[in-house]
Design a protein around this ligand. Sequence first.
Ligand code: GLV
Ligand code: MN
Ligand code: MN
Length: 410
Amino acid sequence: MTPEARLILDRCDELAAISSAPDRLERVHLSPEHAAANALVAGWMEEAGLSTWQDAAGNQCGRMEGATPGLPALLLGSHIDTVPDAGRYDGMLGVLLAIQVASRLRSVDLPFALEVVAFSDEEGTRFGTALLGSRALAGTWDDEWWNLTDKDGISLAEAFQDFGLDPARLPGAFRRPEQLVGYLEAHIEQGPILEDADRRLAVVTSIAGARRFELVMTGKAGHAGGTPFDRRRDALVGASELVVEIERLSKQHEVIGTVGRMQAFPGGVNVIPGRAEFSLDLRAEFDDDRDAVLQAIHDAGLAIASRRGLEFEQHELYRADAVVCDLDLRAAVEAGIRSTGDSDPLAFWSRAGHDGMAVVAVTPFAMLFLRCRGGVSHHPDESVLVGDVAAALEAFTGAVTTLAARHAQR
Ligand code: GLV
Ligand code: MN
Ligand code: MN
């Protein structure tokens, strides 16, 4: 059992070496590193007995037929894009666990086909809108996204072409519900609940709904020495006040609000900032709670701006509403966890977003979480225990065989 877990971790290391930066991991949608990662993953899929293709959205796919060719498929997978300065397990570990499950089941006649998908974009690092790979698969594509641009001004449509993909062929990636049985994903927890409870695995009940915004405060730039405080319209101080208010409101209403990026313009040490651009990531278990706090943040932004002689704007970049995991698939994941000796699996909602939020539009989904050290993620310190990976592989395999047994009875 542990040699397979070690193989999975070695492969995570190999994937982590494919980065656009020499000293840290960053691999974004439709980059040369994405192409290299797809090729590496395709090789591992083939070794596991899957026939492979890259779909029209850049997702790397592999398929193993079931007892008879052409059966609807159970999808297993996760994503292989990363945040800036990422850890090596967020997404990648789920893809490699899925490949290993397929490898284990290659000589079993399953009542469904098994497909592994390495989604091309879950994080949204390059184009600001996340889940582009899984939304393509689910057929919930919005043609307005073609005009999204990255930090170098390259549009999503251009990036598709540079990657060798044809935007006109995107519908080729869409799946139909009748082609699918469901979607299962394994992922590190990205939080401390499992570690604090001294447990290895959990089943996910639902995923928090998230919205992301670009916020802008506009004032007037001026001389840092010559402009008295009562004549300043300092955009960065106004933005900073709102950042503190976002944290206060989020804590008060038990939602999760984060400002992860902020930039002041024109950016001179001796120039009062005339413009501040900053991000907002807002999540909650329930969309109504999230949206109520969003309204409060908006009102606070306007009030701060008016008090300081600034203007405040917010532009939505991304929205994914909360989704609930399917009860049957969840029961299969629980059975898988039980097969590892855990008779009473922990169950809780995911604070992090996952491809299942998009895939659910076309097929039901459920998720398996495994413990990560300190609950740390979106950081190079991400770490997992080899024994936990072995347990996750056992549970993930058990979930698939449980589903197979149920389907065979139908
Ligand atoms: C994905 O990692 C997210 O930000 O939830
Ligand atoms: Mn992530
Ligand atoms: Mn992830």
